[in-house]
Design a protein around this ligand. Structure first.
Ligand code: F6P
Ligand code: MN
Length: 351
């Protein structure tokens, strides 16, 4: 894409947006390094089976008990190398048990999910890399301390999505969410959509409905009411979409609204859901809020939660703000808090 005519390139945009602030300049360097590694990973993903068995299981699990795939490990190495090219004090990754100390004098720390949606590697469905850039804390007692800040402190965050288009979706400084798309002809990212706005209302939800029997009553009541469509208390028909890749569901919601839910449920190990606060919920929450949507743990804003540990999980609901608020009302309404005799017969909208 010739400079000066078409949309702005990522490097130029970030240099302008950092406006001489030294921490933002460091975040810009990290973002450029992430984008460059994203170009490389996009090439590998695009080769599919021609590049080997990327979805092959390595026969071991990561810290969360997910089976590690060949591509999980390659992506982790690629992005750790990228952070070595930028002023990054420490990195946390879904694929590493402990934080990795890089340059202790550097002003930022990065948390990442190097390969989100890895169950979709072999299925040719979009997958991604999620990242969260935090200010490094001076005098932090151990590398972990940098990461135990609420998501509201993020300087920049977002994800690279490898799909029909490879794009980087991010929030940087206090600017609205941006989408830059990779031009495969010259290997560079260009601005594709500035400040996308998520509709307040929604008629589309994303949830792994196979867990229905494990859900808590408020969540079950909400989904049951959605399923009843125009005949039910919510008085409108809903559509359902579930890709199994958080990045793909988040991208769709930014483009056309909707709500995503991964609640806590009664399965062992799922009390706080499946998704990780530091490198899944926080970055998604930031770009969703900066696009006019909301993100909660069913009740509280995700960005206000102080992480209890670096790999902590959190229930996650995000998307169109009216819908997220409605789900919070189901959760705070006492009629759904226990299995009262009337449960299932009453609904939030039909008292
Ligand atoms: O990284 C976790 C993840 O793969 C997300 O990308 C996705 O939203 C979710 O887990 C899928 O969960 P489940 O296995 O319940 O479909
Ligand atoms: Mn993930």
């Amino acid at each position: 894409m010739p400079q000066g005519f078409g949309p702005e390139g990522l490097d130029t945009y970030l240099e302008r947006a950092s406006g001489g602030d030294h921490r933002l300049a460091a975040a810009a360097r990290a973002l450029c390094a992430i984008a460059a590694a994203g170009v490389e990973l996009s090439r590998v993903v695009g080769l599919g089976r021609l590049g080997g068995e990327l979805g092959a299981s390595l026969g071991r699990t990561n810290i969360d008990g997910d089976v590690q795939k060949e591509l999980d490990v390659r992506a982790n190495e690629l992005f750790v190398d990228a952070f070595r090219q930028a002023p990054v004090a420490a990195a946390v990754s879904e694929e590493m048990k402990e934080p990795l100390v890089l340059d202790p004098t550097a002003p930022i720390a990065v948390a990442m999910d190097p390969l989100d949606g890895s169950s979709n590697i072999d299925t040719n469905v979009s997958i991604g890399t999620i990242f969260s850039i935090l200010p490094a804390l001076a005098g932090a007692g151990g590398a972990e301390a940098h990461f135990l800040q609420p998501g509201r402190q993020q300087i920049a965050a977002g994800f690279v999505i490898y799909g029909p288009q490879t794009s980087i979706v991010f929030a940087f400084g206090c600017v609205d969410t941006q989408i830059f798309t990779l031009d495969q002809r010259d290997g560079k990212f260009y601005q594709a959509l500035a400040a996308p706005g998520i509709t307040r209302e929604c008629t589309e939800y994303a949830i792994n409905a196979s867990n229905h029997r494990h859900w808590e009553p408020p969540l079950r009541a909400f989904i049951d009411d959605c399923e009843q469509g125009v005949e039910g208390p919510l008085k409108r028909d809903f559509n359902m979409r579930w890709t199994g890749s958080l990045v793909a569901d988040a991208y769709r919601i930014i483009m056309r609204g909707g709500v995503f839910l991964y609640p806590g449920d009664e399965r062992p190990g799922y009390g706080q859901g499946r998704l990780r606060l530091l490198y899944e919920a926080n970055p998604v929450a930031l770009i969703i809020e900066r696009a006019g949507g909301s993100a909660t743990d069913c009740l509280r804003p995700i960005l206000d939660i102080v992480p209890p540990s670096i790999h902590a999980k959190v229930p996650l609901v995000f998307g169109s703000s009216d819908c997220v608020a409605l789900i919070a009302r189901y959760h705070s309404d006492p009629q759904f808090s226990d299995r009262a005799p009337l449960f299932g017969k009453r609904g939030l909208m039909r008292q």
